[in-house]
Structures are given as structure tokens and as C-alpha cells.
Design a protein around this ligand. Structure first.
Ligand SMILES: NC(=O)c1ccc[n+]([C@@H]2O[C@H](COP(=O)([O-])OP(=O)(O)OC[C@H]3O[C@@H](n4cnc5c(N)ncnc54)[C@H](OP(=O)(O)O)[C@@H]3O)[C@@H](O)[C@H]2O)c1
Length: 278
């Protein structure tokens, strides 16, 4: 069966709208792009549509040179009218991601990308966890209680796999986690011995029914564009034996809402707004 994330999605929308209505001014998200490719532009369009629907200001800043980018991020971090900053990929080749991500202040790092944000997860004290990892957690918690369950995360990126692993290991969440990557041997042996499998590898339909036991919860993070079609990393036929998140309509749209939620939270915490909240 496909997991129906619609009720989760709708309740998140309602809660965000309510929180926005209590602020004295619209939350403002600054989106920084550097030579955006077509998929980034597409991603930004859908973020912008969602932000508008929720009453969140969405301002795009473009910068193509490393020196400009650093100045821009420092300026936005200091600008009291900006609540959240999103730095999109790809970055220019000469740019060190860790260096530029460090320039985003912790209170505005709504994407959870800075070394400080990521480090806080290690202490079980995330401020803004990376949005996709948090979206996966939200969906897992929506369908089951992960405590004590065997969860396999396939993919070890900074965006998804690594932070998700730390969130699953948090005290109170208490999953038992196995992480796989491109060099892992016998992945099938691991996935067929799991209660929950999260696939985030960026390879269309790479995992079919042979990788899962009936009844496994499968969260498909993949977004692969092929001939204009959006495909996940998991073959949709897996839904015949497992509970599978659809692509599109699964993790992606919850991730967008998490970004919006973080922006609202940043606006609520912005000390230059708090005195004027309704
Ligand atoms: N739904 C959303 O909101 C959202 C957000 C972000 C990303 N995504 C999608 O999620 C996917 C992953 O994104 P990402 O940024 O994490 O990608 P990434 O940085 O390219 O990382 C991919 C990871 O998958 C591993 N991998 C690749 N092929 C594999 C295989 N055949 N078996 C096992 N592991 C394999 C890689 O292993 P190595 O480390 O060994 O190379 C790497 O750790 C992409 O499709 C992306 O578009 C979706």
C-alpha cells in the first residue's frame, strides 16, 4: 500500500497558518542561489508557491562568485528583517560548503546545514534539523513508533542519511539503526531484516520487491527526473507488499512544509519580532 501522507500534510498546513496569523509581520525566508540548474529552479518554484500560500515572504538572492556569496550570507545573517536563510545547491566549484554554511547564523539556519546545526544533533539538541531528515522522521512517527525497531538508512549524505541516522538514534526515539552506502555488501540481507527502510540514493527505481519483506515500512526519499517524470529510488510495485511513501506526494512535500515550519519558528524566536507578536 502507498502511505497516505495527506492527513499529515493538511494538519501541518493548518498549524503553520495559525502560527503565521499570530505574528505581527509575515515571516521572511531569504533564498540564496548560485548558478541554479533547472532542477533547483523547479524546486524553488514549488517552495515559493507553498510559501505564498502560507503567508511567508520568499526573497531570492543570486550570487555567482565565492567572495560575493560570503558577503551576502554574512549580510543576510545580520539583517534583522530576515528570519530564515536557505542556501541552495549546486554551489560554485571553488566554494567550500563547510565555510559558507558556517556563515549562516544558527537562529536563521532553517535548513539545518551549518556545522553548528549539524553538531547540535550529536548532542540530541537539534535547533533546526535538516529538513529532509526531519520530514522522514515526521512520516515515520506518523505511521509507527520507531522505538526498538530495526531501521536501515540507505545513503550517507550530509543532507539526508547522516543527520537522519542521528535523529533516529536520539534518546526517546530509540531506533536501532544500520546505515548502508554504495560500498555496502549484501544490502538485500540487511533490508530484508529491517522493520523500516529509508532509501536516499538518487537512483531511479533501484530497489524492487526482492529487497523487502512483506509488511516493511519503506520511505522513499529519492527524486529522480526521467523524461519529465519524477521517480523515486524505490520501484512503486514495492507498494504491493510494503507500506511505501509515494513519489511524488510523499517525503518531498513534507520536506517543503518542514522548511516553512522552521521559518515560522525562526520568526517566532527572532527577538526583533517578539515584542510585536499579536
Ligand atoms: N524528498 C526530498 O525532499 C529530498 C531532499 C533531498 C534529496 N532528495 C533526493 O534523495 C536522493 C538522495 O539525495 P542525497 O542528497 O542524499 O544524494 P547524494 O549526496 O548523492 O548521496 C547519495 C548516497 O547514496 C549512496 N548510494 C548511491 N548509490 C547507492 C547504491 N546503489 N546502493 C547504496 N547506496 C548508494 C551514496 O553512497 P556513497 O557515500 O558511498 O557514495 C551516498 O551516500 C536524491 O534522489 C535526491 O534528489 C530528496
Amino acid at each position: 500500500m502507498f502511505i497516505n501522507t495527506e492527513p499529515l500534510y493538511s494538519s501541518m498546513i493548518d498549524k503553520i497558518k495559525e502560527r503565521v496569523s499570530k505574528l505581527s509581520r509575515p515571516p521572511k525566508l531569504a533564498v540564496v542561489t548560485c548558478q541554479p540548474d533547472p532542477s533547483t529552479l523547479n524546486y524553488l518554484k514549488s517552495q515559493e508557491r507553498q510559501a505564498k500560500r502560507l503567508g511567508i515572504e520568499f526573497a531570492v538572492y543570486e550570487s555567482s562568485k565565492a567572495s560575493e556569496l560570503k558577503l551576502l550570507l554574512s549580510r543576510l545573517s545580520a539583517d534583522i528583517s530576515i528570519d530564515g536563510i536557505l542556501l541552495t545547491h549546486p554551489l560554485p566549484k571553488e566554494v567550500s560548503e563547510i565555510e559558507v554554511a558556517s556563515l549562516i547564523s544558527l537562529e536563521k539556519d532553517v535548513e539545518g546545514r551549518s556545522p553548528l546545526s549539524l553538531g547540535n544533533i550529536m548532542y540530541d539538541h537539534p535547533v533546526f534539523p535538516p529538513c529532509t531528515a526531519e520530514a522522514v522522521m515526521r512520516i515515520i512517527n506518523y505511521v509507527t513508533n520507531p522505538s526498538g525497531k530495526k531501521v536501515t538508512v540507505i545513503g550517507r549524505s550530509v543532507t539526508v542519511g547522516k543527520p537522519l541516522t542521528m535523529l533516529l538514534l536520539q534518546k526517546g526515539v530509540d531506533a536501532t539503526v544500520t546505515v548502508c552506502h554504495s560500498r555496502t555488501q549484501n544490502i538485500q540481507e540487511i533490508t530484508t531484516n529491517s522493520d523500516i527502510v529509508v532509501v536516499a540514493i538518487g537512483k531511479a527505481k533501484a530497489y524492487n520487491k526482492e529487497y523487502f519483506n512483506p509488511g516493511t515500512i519503506v520511505i522513499d526519499v529519492g527524486i529522480n527526473v526521467s523524461n519529465g517524470e519524477i521517480l523515486g529510488d524505490v520501484d512503486p510495485s514495492v507498494s504491493e507488499i510494503c507500506d511505501l511513501t509515494p513519489v511524488p506526494g510523499g517525503v518531498g512535500r513534507i520536506t517543503t512544509l518542514i522548511l516553512m515550519e522552521h521559518t515560522v519558528q525562526a520568526a517566532e524566536l527572532n527577538k526583533f519580532n517578539s515584542n510585536t507578536n499579536k
